[in-house]
Design a protein around this ligand. Structure first.
Ligand code: UDX
Length: 433
């Protein structure tokens, strides 16, 4: 099938490449010509494992092309909208500028019978509004939220947990077209939910709200553990054995960040408020607050091990990305903590396997080095703020030879305390004695 993907960020670029790999003819369109040039060269402007290889292999089949001209979508039957919906400045609400601009640019190129498929995370009610102008061209709209995780984007796109189609009542033609697009996943038994626009839009934000709540729940338990001497990691293991609870997304630590969870829960609250259902989501205010408090706690813990004063103290920060296997530092707890310590006068020396360039763009004042070893050289304290495999695998003995003081703060509960303590380190963590 001929498919266009409008918006080639983390979501759109991966979607375009995966659809081409599945046998469709795909054109990815973005207003950012530099991004398009890099994608066309198989060199994406962001880090996503497996994506460069996938781009190269899909382009070699001739089924994948990129363009910065929206006219390139002409002739496609299905047009995916994959543009960003960031948080508005000065408000919790989502900024729909890019969605509205993409639809306006697309309208003149739509042909009767085309299907526009919204993938972006939008406030409930957006699809109903957009469907009016799309219907005037003879095309139709469906909402098909995307649940991919950064770092696993290729796998999540090719083998999703579920497919959700939001369509207008009785729109069997759109369902049939989407079934054709996703034939491979459906044949592999992927569950499919066909529903209305509002439910499809809500599924996405409800899922992210649930995940954020699960993380903040365990981080709230970490706060209680900290004042009782309990160990939140053992607590998580123990409650996680209950299959109704489950162990996944119960890792206590610095909390959630990234381009999705934080802004999605805030936009969800803002939208519910507009709809008169704000009370229903009041708990998300707490979820957000618990999440922010973890960063403060990490700064306090650092001050504590530095006898209340970090001024002029060399502090090694290992990890800047919001999670491992990503170069994304949007709302990253790690980068936030590093910046706060620098503001307190610490000599922060930070490293990350992939996120130094992205960090430098928004926090140019920090000192960045290429490796954990360089960061640790002469450090008075080491902070592990993103649980990259290479940091988890550090040898406490060898690493201890580099630092001025053997003090390590594990912001992600990703190290073995016994191993570090037996090598003479003072080991401190969030939610653990
Ligand atoms: C998330 C959703 O998982 C995905 O389904 C949606 O499509 C987009 O938002 P992503 O932002 O890629 O995906 O990251 P995710 O793996 O969900 O992690 C989010 C944040 O939560 C990270 O900062 C991570 O470190 C943190 N986290 C995750 C925890 O603090 N504890 C956990 O147990 C799990």
């Amino acid at each position: 099938m001929k498919i266009s993907v409008i918006g080639c960020g983390y979501l759109g670029a991966v979607h375009a490449a995966c659809m081409a790999e599945l046998g469709h003819n795909v054109v990815g369109v973005d207003i950012d010509a530099e991004k398009i040039a890099r994608l066309a060269a198989g060199n994406p402007p962001f880090f996503e494992p497996g994506l460069p290889e996938l781009l190269t292999s899909a382009m070699s089949t001739g089924r994948l092309a990129f363009s910065s001209d929206i006219a390139a979508v002409s002739g496609s039957r299905v047009h995916f909208l994959a543009v960003g919906t960031p948080q508005q400045r000065g408000s919790n609400a989502a900024d729909l500028t890019y969605v509205d601009a993409a639809v306006a640019a697309l309208l003149p190129h739509l042909a009767p019978g085309d299907l526009v498929v919204g993938k972006s995370t939008v406030p409930v009610g957006t699809a109903t509004r957009l469907a009016v102008s799309i219907a005037a061209t003879g095309a139709r709209l469906a909402w098909n939220p995307e649940f991919l995780r950064e770092g696993f984007a290729v796998k999540d796109t090719v083998s999703p947990d579920r497919l959700v189609y939001g369509v207008e009542t009785g729109d069997a033609a759109s369902v049939a077209l989407l079934d054709e697009v996703y034939a491979a996943a459906l044949a592999a038994g992927t569950p499919k939910v066909v529903t209305d626009f509002a439910t499809a839009e809500l599924v996405k934000v409800a899922a992210n709200a649930f995940l954020a709540t699960k993380i903040s729940f365990i981080n709230a338990m970490a706060e209680v553990a900290e004042v009782t001497g309990a160990d939140v990691t053992q607590l998580a293991d123990a409650i996680g054995y209950d299959t109704r609870i489950g162990r996944r997304f119960l890792n206590a630590g610095l909390g959630f960040g990234g381009g999705c969870l934080p802004k999605d829960i805030r936009a969800f609250m803002a939208r519910a408020e507009e709809l008169g259902a704000g009370d229903a989501l009041n708990f998300l205010v707490e979820v957000d607050a618990i999440n922010q408090r973890r960063r403060e706690r990490m700064v306090d813990l650092t001050l504590e091990v530095c006898n209340g004063d970090v001024r002029g103290k060399r502090i090694a920060v290992l990890g800047l990305a919001f999670k491992p296997d990503s170069d994304d530092v949007r709302d990253s707890p790690a980068l936030d903590v590093a910046a706060r310590l620098a503001e307190l006068g610490a000599n922060v020396v930070a490293t990350d396997p992939e996120a130094i360039e992205t960090s430098r763009r928004i926090r140019p004042q920090l000192d960045y080095v290429a490796t954990a070893e360089e960061a640790a050289n002469g450090a008075g304290a080491v902070l592990v703020l993103t649980e990259w495999a290479q940091f988890r695998a550090l040898d406490p003995e060898a690493f201890g030879l580099l630092v001025a003081e053997r003090t390590i703060l594990d912001g992600r509960n990703c190290l073995d305390p016994a191993q570090w303590r037996s090598a003479g380190w003072t080991y401190r963590a969030l939610g653990r004695p």
